[in-house]
Design a protein around this ligand. Structure first.
Ligand code: NAD
Length: 251
């Protein structure tokens, strides 16, 4: 055991060719972006995120949902990648095949320098027309929500809301990577949101070693070969160090 990383895991990784990582909002918690399970603060404390991140909520009260996203965009704008994001960039360089699938919409993996990554749930900083889906960059931000300059429909953030479909190409690629990896990491995700959570199942069925990093127990913990109970910003840098120091060193 080195820095909370079991020796068996270091050995498995030293021999791995293909690694697939699924991240959730816990990875950005230490950057100051709250998860959906954390209590919200200030004006938004009385709302459940799950009740705002839906098309039904947007239809019922577009201004409420737009303003919630305005608040969340501001949190994301102020956030910087943390040691977990940085360690994932280093891990990417250590394996012949490395794919990162993130449920996060904050762009912090890309800001840290991750390259092979799928934004499974979109990006909160992008804005699209709620009717035509086209990306819109220039709009009147004083309106809530602003109208699309092309068709007049409301604009919305380019994120996948509960009940909406994942982009077909992103889903196909994620299924391919999860089904073909030697090691699958589930990091900072409650594993409650489908189809992302099903990727871990798929990896298990395909014979991958499942590794979880999460301070809390989840439905995946008992089936993981290694369930590491700690934060991503502590454990991922420790994992990189352990790999560097291992006899079959990956550089
Ligand atoms: P979740 O809120 O359901 O679960 C967060 C998980 O992270 C929990 O299991 C928690 O124990 C764990 N966690 C908390 N702090 C951690 C830390 N420091 N290190 C490691 N793990 C930690 O999040 P989810 O599973 O990602 O799913 C909810 C949905 O929320 C996703 O669709 C995602 O798009 C959206 N979301 C994204 C962001 C973001 O982009 N940063 C923020 C909030 C919600």
């Amino acid at each position: 055991m080195s820095g909370g990383v079991p020796a068996g895991l270091t050995e498995t990784l030293a021999a791995a060719e293909s690694v697939c990582v699924l991240t959730g909002s816990g990875v950005s918690a230490e950057s100051g972006v709250p998860t959906f399970r954390d209590a919200q603060t200030g004006l938004w404390a009385k709302f459940q995120p799950e009740a705002l991140a839906t098309m039904e909520a947007f239809r019922r009260d577009p201004s409420l949902v737009w303003e919630w996203y305005r608040w969340r965009r501001e949190l994301v704008r102020q956030a910087r990648p943390n040691a977990a994001h940085a360690a994932l960039v280093e891990l990417e360089q250590m394996f012949p095949r490395f794919n990162l699938i993130s449920q996060n919409v904050d762009g912090l993996h890309q800001a840290a320098g991750s390259r092979n990554m799928i934004e499974f749930h979109g990006n909160i900083m992008r804005t699209v027309c709620s009717e035509e889906g086209r990306v819109v960059e220039d709009y009147d931000a004083s309106e809530s929500p602003p109208p699309c300059p092309h068709c007049g429909a409301y604009l919305r953030p380019d994120v996948v809301w509960f009940g909406e479909q994942i982009d077909t190409d992103a889903l196909a690629a994620a299924i391919e990577y999860a089904g073909a990896c030697d090691v699958f990491f589930a990091i900072g995700t409650s594993a409650l949101v489908q189809p992302a959570a099903g990727l871990a199942e798929l990896a298990l069925q395909s014979g991958a070693c499942l590794v979880e990093i999460n301070p809390q127990q989840t439905s995946l913990s008992d089936r993981a070969s290694y369930a590491l109970h700690g934060t991503a910003a502590e454990l991922l840098p420790a994992l990189v160090r352990a790999l560097r120091d291992s006899p079959g060193e990956r550089a």
